[in-house]
Design a protein around this ligand. Structure first.
Ligand code: FES
Length: 167
């Protein structure tokens, strides 16, 4: 039985959440997976998501916000359709991570944590994404690109522009 009368989620996701909270010894253990699924569907963990998730897992909105502020995978504002994450942690830094970040800023015409006016790309400087042996590395949504050069990065961005099909 759901604790939410009027959900903001699709019927499928709401049903999934109803089940999810029963799979753990305590409801709040479902918090992180619930936030990730909600973000995938809504585009961000916005105020409405926070309010409903707090209700579903039985904690305060402030506690949900505290968790969101800790996890870089969770974001309260919508990203671009293609979210470009450039690693500048030590291995990548030594192999041109900051230059790659500057290159992406210049090519996309946006700064760190900004989104292009058409909503296609957003850019974020991130910590290690686990591809240190093949630095410098970039992640676009769930796909990884490594051993990058500015020319290879241009090809990656172009690939996504083509994928969008509108540019
Ligand atoms: S330091 Fe960049 S992927 Fe690990």
């Amino acid at each position: 039985m759901s604790v939410v009368a009027n959900t903001i989620f699709s019927p499928e996701l709401a049903a999934r959440f109803d089940k999810l909270v029963t799979m753990y010894p305590v409801r709040r253990s479902a918090l992180i997976p619930m936030l990730l699924y909600a973000q995938d569907e809504i585009g961000a963990v916005n105020d409405a998501v926070i309010a409903e998730v707090a209700l579903r897992v039985g904690i305060s909105e402030l506690e949900v916000r505290n968790v969101i502020s800790y996890y870089s995978l969770l974001h309260t504002k919508p990203h671009g359709k293609f979210h470009v994450q450039v690693c500048t942690n030590i291995s990548c830094m030594l192999r041109g991570g900051y230059e790659m970040l500057d290159h992406c800023k210049q090519r996309l015409g946006i700064d760190n944590k900004e989104t292009t006016a058409d909503g296609l790309f957003s850019l974020e400087e991130v910590e290690c994404i686990g591809a240190c042996c093949w630095a410098p590395a970039v992640q676009v949504n769930y796909a990884f690109y490594d051993n990058l050069t500015p020319e290879k990065m241009d090809a990656v961005l172009e690939e996504y522009r083509q994928k969008d099909g509108t540019k």
